[in-house]
Design a protein around this ligand. Structure first.
Ligand code: NAP
Ligand code: ZN
Ligand code: ZN
Length: 347
């Protein structure tokens, strides 16, 4: 065991504060990572405030982790000291169920081990990336392509893979029209990735001030959801809708924007359910689906895809001392488009 420091929520709804804690010693299959950057995902806020229930405190959030390898265990062959690496939303899984064998560790039968807010086999609470160092089994460590900047790559570890995975799973491509609801951390990555896949993207947003950004990011169209004419103009327009909204909202109005056989994919995870009307689905054989992050193999594929297409996240880098203020700004949809903590600020 060794001691490291970071920022933690000590209880639900309390501001995060400086926190020292123990990490496990580097085992033979482990990689010790010196963390340089960590993105702030809205899921960090949901969990730090116990909005989904079952949160474990004290909690060091952070699952968009980038850093350099400081040390490797005796059996590690894939990484060496100095390598740029990343860690996403989970750090272990059973490795034997069919999902794990297929590279879909996020759907592990036994349950993936979350990077933070979970208990490992030894009963230790996992702690995330708002910290100086982390120890992770090499199988759950990603390679960061050298052409990507560490800060701009960090949000790819969650926002990037969460939007890449469903777009690939449903084969969203050149001949499709896609709506992205919510232009936040996930939404802006969805626009960039779908654009690189040749898809025609429309952003549906509550913030009319985001129009120019949406176009710069590669959207062909932009519509404000508070205007009723948006829903008449875009009736039966889309093959796919990717819903990234973090708060409770009405799904039914959006479903009517799908063509016959269209699919609405939920990735946004509000803490309260919203009603679903059967008729908008029945009338045009529409589908509603969900998707959870992505497996290790696909996350590496996404990182390489982003490097090939020069895709990074649009970020605002902050010192860790500003994390509570950043949470408040995220809740006001006031971020373009991801906060990334510079962990040098911990020193
Ligand atoms: P974010 O940066 O806060 O973006 C969410 C966006 O949703 C906001 O920027 C805003 O965009 C829109 N929005 C917010 N409140 C709204 C409301 N009341 N009605 C309509 N639109 C609203 O959050 P994020 O980090 O992208 O995460 C988004 C959600 O995805 C969170 O619930 C998070 O927990 C979840 N998530 C899921 C997965 C997964 O695997 N499925 C992975 C990561 C995150 P506009 O200003 O454009 O309206
Ligand atoms: Zn996340
Ligand atoms: Zn498994």
């Amino acid at each position: 065991m060794f001691s490291t420091n970071g920022y933690a929520a000590m209880a639900a709804k309390e501001p995060l504060q400086p926190f020292s804690f123990e990490r496990r010693a580097v085992g033979s299959h482990d990689v010790l990572i010196s963390i340089t950057h960590c993105g702030i995902c809205h899921s960090d806020i949901h969990q730090a405030r116990d909005e989904w229930g079952g949160s474990i405190f004290p909690m060091v959030p952070g699952h968009e982790i980038v850093g350099t390898v400081a040390q490797v265990g005796s059996s590690v062959r894939r990484f060496k000291a100095g390598d740029p690496v990343g860690v996403g939303c989970f750090v272990d899984s059973c490795r034997t169920c069919s999902a794990c064998r297929e590279g879909l560790e996020q759907y592990c039968d036994v349950g993936m081990l979350l990077t933070y807010n979970a208990q490992d086999k030894e009963g230790r609470t996992t702690q995330g990336g708002y910290s100086a160092r982390i120890v992770v089994d090499e199988h759950y460590v990603l390679r960061i392509p050298p052409s990507l900047s560490p800060a701009g790559a960090a949000p790819l570890l969650c926002a990037g893979i969460t939007t890449y995975s469903p777009l690939r799973h449903w084969g969203v491509g050149k001949y499709h029209k896609l709506a992205v609801i919510g232009l936040g951390g996930l939404g802006h990555m969805a626009v960039k990735i779908a654009n690189a896949l040749g898809t025609e993207v429309t952003v549906l947003s509550t913030s009319k001030c985001k129009r120019e950004d949406a176009e710069r990011l590669g959207a062909a169209d932009f519509a404000v959801t508070s205007q009723p004419q948006t829903f008449t103009r875009l009736q039966r327009h889309f093959d796919f809708i990717l819903d990234t909204v973090s708060a409770r909202h009405d799904y039914n109005a959006y479903i009517s924007l799908l063509k016959t056989d269209g699919t609405m994919i939920l990735v946004g995870a509000p803490d309260t359910p919203a009603p679903l009307e059967p008729f908008p689905l029945i009338m045009h054989r529409r589908r509603i689906a969900g998707s959870l992050i992505g497996g290790i193999r696909e996350t590496q594929e996404m990182l390489d895809f982003c490097a090939e297409h020069n895709i990074e996240s649009d970020i605002e880098v902050i010192p860790i001392q500003q994390v509570n203020e950043a949470y408040e700004r995220i809740l006001r949809s006031d971020v373009r488009f991801r906060f990334v903590i510079d962990l040098d600020s911990l020193a």
